[in-house]
Write a protein that binds this ligand. Structure first.
Ligand SMILES: Nc1ncnc2c1ncn2[C@@H]1O[C@H](COP(=O)(O)OP(=O)(O)OP(=O)(O)O)[C@@H](O)[C@H]1O
Ligand SMILES: [Mg+2]
Length: 358
């Protein structure tokens, strides 16, 4: 998969900007707050229909403007494709895939496949389960469009059930429970399958990043494994749910846990172990996507050289040198010193929302 060209109009701090991209390594360098991450955000937005920084799409529109547009030309399986997203402060965003308007995010996700690695990712394994669910959901969504649909249906039913709980009159709650349980079972099957795939990849990747010193295990944490169990649990919880006014157990509480040498990472892991584990997780994600779509996904590396040590950066660069990669950094020399990247590299200097290719 290759992104050929990107056009930004009133997107973040860009007014009108076209960038023709290199098939291999692309490095955006410049001082802080010039617009480097904004470019990665635009690519991510076209792939997943959402930003990795905000839920509020109006923030993406340039200050004092009302409309914004991103256009991406890319090649997948040797075919030319185009994604166009228009944002409007006063109406819903419009997405076009190869000039045809699409109405649902689930029709967009999976067309442009990418993996992002940013130093902030370290919190995925440290903080609340929501971030880990998000990681897993995005991985599965890119590969199984049906999953996006099922997940959104589950969330809709959950919202309706919660509204119903608040009325305190729940005679027909079984209708919601039944639907919720059906979607929950399907989500469980997908998540179980992808946790298993991550495990298979990580158990090979992780020792290679730690000189064989660390064994990594990823474990799915969920309260049920099929529809019947889900229904039983939700029935058992009804009084508590009524009292709380929301459904407090279910698929929306799923999590996964990583352990290193049989010790839970977020209880006992050092900062460095967290970083290496997240690296394993991301490389595993990259491998899984590559295997399933039959070509290399795009890789976005935001500011990795300033946050990771030389050895870890070297491991990433050696793995990704054959991908189309978008790297941001403040100091260009922090990239050029890695020989493995310099064969087919294009540099772009970013200054106050202007891109100058070098
Ligand atoms: N909606 C917007 N309209 C105009 N400018 C914006 C908008 N949103 C963000 N910006 C500007 O974009 C800049 C930040 O861009 P970005 O995050 O890409 O910086 P960066 O080059 O990656 O910096 P760093 O090296 O610190 O990560 C800031 O100057 C910010 O004010
Ligand atoms: Mg940045």
């Amino acid at each position: 998969m290759l992104i050929k060209k990107i056009y930004l109009e009133n997107f973040r701090n860009y007014q009108h900007q076209e960038i023709v991209l290199n098939d291999n390594i692309n490095v955006f360098f410049g001082n802080n707050a010039q617009g480097k991450t904004n470019i990665l955000e635009a690519l991510y937005f076209c792939a997943l229909g959402r930003s990795f920084r905000t839920f509020k799409e109006n923030e993406l529109i340039k200050f004092n403007e009302n409309i914004s547009k991103i256009v991406i030309h890319y090649e997948k399986q040797n075919r030319e494709n185009k994604i166009e997203i228009s944002l409007n402060k006063n109406s819903k965003k419009m997405i076009k895939l190869n000039d045809i308007k699409i109405n649902r995010n689930s029709e967009l996700v999976g067309n442009l496949n990418l993996v992002i690695f940013s130093p902030d990712d370290i919190i995925i394994l440290k903080q609340a389960p929501a971030l880990r669910r998000k990681f897993l959901d995005i991985l599965i969504s890119q590969l199984k469009p049906n999953y996006v649909h099922i997940l959104s249906e589950y969330n809709k039913v959950l919202e309706q059930r919660n509204a119903y709980l608040k009325t305190k009159n729940v005679e027909t709650i079984e209708i919601w429970d039944e639907q919720l349980a059906s979607f929950a079972e399907k989500i469980y099957e997908y998540r179980k399958m992808y946790i298993q795939k991550l495990q298979e990849k990580m158990e090979k990747i992780h020792p290679s990043l730690t000189n064989g010193k660390e064994k990594i295990i990823i474990k799915y944490k969920t309260g049920f494994t099929n529809k019947e169990e889900f229904l039983k649990k939700i029935k058992y919880n009804l009084q508590n749910d009524l009292w709380k006014g929301y459904t407090h157990e279910g698929t929306h509480r799923d999590d996964f846990e990583i352990s290193i040498n049989d010790k839970t990472l977020n209880l006992y892991g050092s900062q460095g172990q967290h970083r290496t584990a997240i690296l394993s997780l991301k490389i595993a994600e990259l491998d899984i996507i590559k295997e399933e779509i039959g070509e290399n996904p795009i890789l976005l590396l935001d500011d990795v050289t300033s946050e990771l040590d030389l050895e870890r950066v070297n491991s990433i660069f050696n793995i990704v040198k054959d991908y189309q990669v978008f790297i941001t950094c403040t100091d260009i020399n922090s990239i050029l010193k890695y020989d493995c990247l310099t064969k087919n590299i294009k540099l772009y200097n970013i200054e106050n929302g202007n891109v100058v290719s070098e």
